[in-house]
Design a protein around this ligand. Structure first.
Ligand code: MN3
Length: 201
């Protein structure tokens, strides 16, 4: 089966006032749909057309040379946005509990220190990209990626990612990316992030 746009797991206005409904509608229905469509177009006729997106983007170098750029951008975009919707939610914010909370404190000192590192990486990402909390096989780390590159392309497992493309925040925050990043933590779904951590640790 070709790649498919997952339904948004909550209403378009569920993340207001942090993320406005119009941004969510455009971001999910138009931007994400375009990544899915363009990835399928690039993959059509290759042996990768029916593979899971994670397997595709972990093996970009095995794809035909003339497909690699389109797949990197669009299958990457599909993987990143599928995760993004999942790790946000209407009852978001607060603090992670259990082993994830402990691991964050052990690695970064405190949740606030983690947020500072993630936000700094997002602010410093020139142009478009993502800022991430990842598991690198041994523990937690903060990284940022350009464009639609995924940590999976570096053999890391993304646990939490914030889209810092202007389309993710411009209607509400205009050029104020730092304000968007600070506010974003009000919609983080720690339960979903914690489940991803449990699956990989
Ligand atoms: Mn986006």
């Amino acid at each position: 089966m070709p790649l498919q746009l997952p339904p948004l797991p909550y209403d378009y206005d569920a993340l207001e006032p942090t993320i406005d409904a119009e941004t969510m509608r455009l971001h999910h229905d138009k931007h994400h749909q375009a990544y899915v469509d363009n990835a399928n177009k690039a993959l059509e006729g290759t042996e990768w057309a029916d593979r899971p997106v994670e397997a595709i983007i972990a093996n970009i170098e095995l794809l035909p040379d003339d497909k690699q750029a389109a797949v990197r951008n669009n299958a990457g975009g599909h993987a990143n946005h599928s995760l993004f919707w999942e790790i946000m939610g209407p009852d978001g914010g607060g603090e992670p509990s259990g082993t994830l909370g402990d691991a964050i404190n052990d690695t970064f000192g405190s949740l606030d220190d983690l947020k500072t590192q993630v936000n700094d990486a997002g602010v410093k990402r020139f142009g478009s990209g993502w800022t991430w909390l990842i598991h690198d096989g041994t523990g937690l780390a903060v990284v940022s990626t350009p464009n639609q590159d995924s940590p999976i392309m570096n053999s890391d497992t993304p646990l939490l990612g914030i889209d810092v493309w202007e389309h993710a925040y411009y209607l509400t925050y205009q050029n104020r990316r730092p304000d968007y990043l600070s506010a974003w933590w009000n919609v983080v779904n720690w339960e979903a992030v914690g489940a991803r951590f449990e699956a990989v640790r």
